[in-house]
Design a protein around this ligand. Structure first.
Ligand code: HPA
Length: 246
């Protein structure tokens, strides 16, 4: 049976219902991951859990050590990764509270360590990233969301910005012209690093606010936290359903 890892984003620093068996404090050639990796049982399956922003939440999106996180998960035995990400909604049909299983990515980040392929290489490797997410894992997430009876889109382009500030209205308009449906700050380089390690990877995104300029109301942390709290139950049961499939 596949050992799945879950990378929890904002609002998911711990996985309620996870029966923790071991806390793995791992070191990697790239430094320390965001937190100890929790290995345990969830929905009857062995699972690994890592809080992307640390536990408690203290690491900003541009300061997450994505390489250490992915390396440590692989070291801990992960065979597939489901990433949970809070996002802003850009496209119509992506209101707050809506789920999205993105199919594509546009990377607007800069200055992040984004590859394992550097320093003293025997040869440079260019991974195929045409389809950044794993089709099989995406299908499992989509099936789980369907059973969960929540509003979701089984498509979408995830635009990843640098943060930690939110975007300007003009930046969001540009992203919309580019074809982005949702915007977040943590999707990259995580997805690319997973591919470099040959780990199937997919994203379960929860829209927590209309992106900048998409609503007359300002974007507040309180508003975001409210939506996160409401969506957390569905996230937990979608994850349980995904694990049960495989
Ligand atoms: N922009 C970028 N990242 C986000 C947003 C947003 O509006 N909401 C949640 N993560």
């Amino acid at each position: 049976m596949t050992v799945h890892a879950i990378i929890g984003g904002t609002g998911l620093t711990q996985l309620d219902g996870l029966h923790i068996e071991t806390e793995l404090s791992l070191q990697t050639p790239y430094g320390s991951p965001s937190a100890a990796i929790l290995r345990g049982e969830y929905a009857g399956r062995t699972v690994l859990f890592l809080a992307r922003h640390g536990q408690p939440h203290r690491i900003a999106p541009h300061q997450v050590n994505y390489r250490a996180n992915l390396w440590a998960l692989k070291q801990a035995g992960a065979q597939a990764i489901v990433a949970v990400n809070a996002v802003g909604g850009i496209a119509q049909g992506m209101p707050a509270g809506h789920f999205c299983v993105p199919r594509q990515i546009i990377d607007y980040t800069y200055g992040r360590a984004q590859t394992f392929f550097e320093d003293e290489l025997q040869q440079v490797t260019h991974i195929d990233f045409t389809e950044p997410y794993d089709a099989g894992l995406r299908a499992m997430l989509i099936a789980a969301l369907r059973s969960e009876r929540v509003g979701f889109s089984d498509y979408g382009v995830y635009g990843c910005t640098q943060g930690p500030r939110l975007e300007t209205a003009a930046e969001i308009q540009r992203m919309e012209r580019d074809g982005c449906d949702v915007v977040g700050m943590t999707g990259m380089p995580e997805a690319a690093l997973a591919r470099e390690l040959a780990l199937p990877y997919a994203c379960l995104a929860l829209v927590v606010n209309p992106a900048a300029g998409k609503s007359s109301a300002p974007i507040t942390m309180e508003g975001i936290e409210r939506v996160l709290e409401q969506g957390m139950g569905s996230i937990r049961s979608v994850l349980a359903r995904v694990l049960a499939i495989n």
